[in-house]
Design a protein around this ligand. Structure first.
Ligand SMILES: Cc1cc2nc3c(=O)[nH]c(=O)nc-3n(C[C@H](O)[C@H](O)[C@H](O)COP(=O)(O)OP(=O)(O)OC[C@H]3O[C@@H](n4cnc5c(N)ncnc54)[C@H](O)[C@@H]3O)c2cc1C
Length: 474
């Protein structure tokens, strides 16, 4: 006999998670006419999104056109598939490349997100197509999303932890049990509430980089000794509950390590600003034991991280003063905290890291010849605009060692963001978007594409969840 549930709250669309994906979904669902409620387990909104660099990618944008950068959806598609080792869900990638310009424009024109006046080329992208939110932080995007959510009258219930789904007799998701008054440090706090979703639940609970027990099931190298760039709350319970009701997953062992991370600071830190934005584009990575390069610094994250891990010890990212000046980035904070170190000669740099000095001089000479000739014979690194010879002191350096950064794998979804079960059928009433889903990035995500993904698929999930009319739950 089924017990009759008394619901504490009722709404059309429940959104779980208040990062880029969840807030995009909430805004679109509301604009499509639904009543929406956002649930967030933490005291603060924004998830990992708020601590991100705010880098978003899109092709054929006005900012590219103003700089005479030739790009196309097709080229972006090829770049994504190459980095993803062709494991990607081609339909989802097509949607991403087709809609990322629109989502980027939406963030500028509708949300009024301010962006820096620059376009960067990150590893694995064939051209410069990455835009950075003001202050180089995802907080600039989240702030505007929260303003819009408030303007639209969408409540965000913070400290309310999603526990489990409520299903009807046909297996359709019709609500959830949440812990109201949840305290991250004391999970027993608060009380359970029952919330009814008249249309759908959209799961936007993010990735699981901080969930050591869960991540080592899929990659046994990622023990607790392996640091992460994520917030500690990036855990898998939303995904696990979905799996409990039959949801399928894809690419779960594709867990990305950030090759630009520095072992001399906790979490994401400030080093990646130097390594990703300056060293990889205009400098070199050196194995300190032999004083030589070993990789195309503009290769994608998987290639770089795998190379670093196979070398087996931290390597040194170096860039000269000319590169730092050209990049336009301020590395003052990283210098002040001793994450990036300045050296007034190559000899001193070599001595500090115990590198064979002669080998380092030879490496720099070969690299400079390549830059002058416009081809890197050794590792085929693209010599991009602004790349100069490594010659102008001070010479800056930072240690590099990968940290767990992004989980490409996740729930299997349709093009409308409906969650699929292991038999390939849609789980009615359940949508997902953002890092909790899998398929878009395949084996490895390109830099700046998570934000594009969250905006594109968050919006799709919101619109469909609000408008899908099957009549079975009304
Ligand atoms: C340091 C850092 C820098 C990054 N920089 C970039 C960048 O510049 N460009 C880029 O494209 N990508 C970047 N990324 C990746 C990108 O930020 C993330 O993939 C993206 O923000 C994920 O957004 P999301 O909405 O899916 O999840 P999140 O932003 O993580 O939000 C998920 C939310 O769900 C909540 N939640 C989880 N479980 C529950 C539950 N049981 N009940 C209630 N709430 C729950 C969480 O508390 C969280 O607030 C970066 C990541 C990190 C860690």
């Amino acid at each position: 006999m089924r017990t009759l549930i008394t619901y504490d709250i009722e709404t059309d669309v429940i959104v779980i998670g208040s990062g880029f994906a969840g807030l995009s979904a909430a805004i679109e669902a509301k604009n499509a006419g639904a009543d929406v409620l956002v649930f967030e387990k933490m005291k603060a909104v924004g998830g990992n999104s708020i601590i991100s660099d705010g880098g978003i990618a899109a092709p054929e944008t006005n900012m590219q056109k103003a700089r005479f950068i030739t790009d196309s959806k097709e080229l972006m598609y090829k770049d994504i598939m190459a980095s993803g080792l062709d494991m990607n869900d081609k339909d989802l990638v097509r949607i991403l490349v087709d809609q990322s310009k629109e989502a980027f424009d939406w963030s500028i024109n509708y949300l009024e997100v301010p962006y820096l006046d620059r376009v960067d080329q990150f590893g694995g992208h064939s051209v410069a197509r990455c835009y950075t939110a003001f202050n180089t932080t995802g907080a600039s995007i989240i702030k505007k999303q929260v303003e819009k959510v408030t303007e639209l009258g969408i409540p965000i219930k913070k400290q309310t932890y999603f526990k489990t789904f409520i299903l009807d007799a046909a297996g359709k998701v019709i609500g959830g049990i949440f812990r109201e008054g949840y305290d991250y440090k004391d999970a027993q706090k608060g009380k359970d509430i029952y919330v009814k979703s008249n249309k759908a639940i959209i799961l936007a609970t993010g990735g699981f980089s901080s969930d050591v027990a869960f991540r080592i099931k899929y990659d046994s190298r990622l023990t607790k000794q392996m640091e992460t760039t994520n917030k500690p709350f990036a855990t898998a319970e939303g995904m696990i509950e979905s799996m409990r009701i039959g949801a399928d997953t894809v690419d779960m062992n594709a867990i990305q390590l950030g090759p630009w991370a520095c072992p001399d600071e906790k979490g994401y830190g400030i080093g990646p600003m130097f390594s990703e934005y300056i060293v990889f584009q205009y400098g070199m990575i050196i194995d300190p034991e032999i004083g030589e390069r070993f990789v195309n610094e503009l290769a994608d994250r998987k290639v770089l991280s795998d190379e670093l891990l196979s070398i087996g010890h931290p390597c040194i990212g170096i860039a000269d003063a000319g590169a730092v000046e050209y990049s336009g980035w301020d590395i003052g904070k990283a210098l002040k905290r001793g994450i990036v170190l300045p050296f007034d000669s190559i000899e001193k740099l070599a001595e500090h890291y115990n590198m064979p000095e002669e080998a380092l001089h030879k490496t720099i000479k070969t690299y400079n010849e390549g830059v002058t000739q416009g081809t890197d014979q050794a590792y085929s690194k693209p010599i991009i605009e602004g790349a100069g010879v490594f010659a102008k002191p001070p010479f800056y350096a930072m240690r590099l060692w990968p940290k767990v950064h992004h989980t490409m794998g996740g729930l299997k979804i349709t093009s409308d963001c409906e969650v699929l079960d292991t038999t390939g059928k849609v789980i009615e009433g359940l949508y997902a978007a953002g890092e909790v889903t899998g398929g878009v990035h395949g084996a490895s995500r390109l830099g700046s594409l998570a934000i594009s993904e969250c905006l594109v698929f968050g919006r799709i999930a919101g619109r469909h969840a609000a408008t899908k009319a099957d009549g079975s739950n009304t």
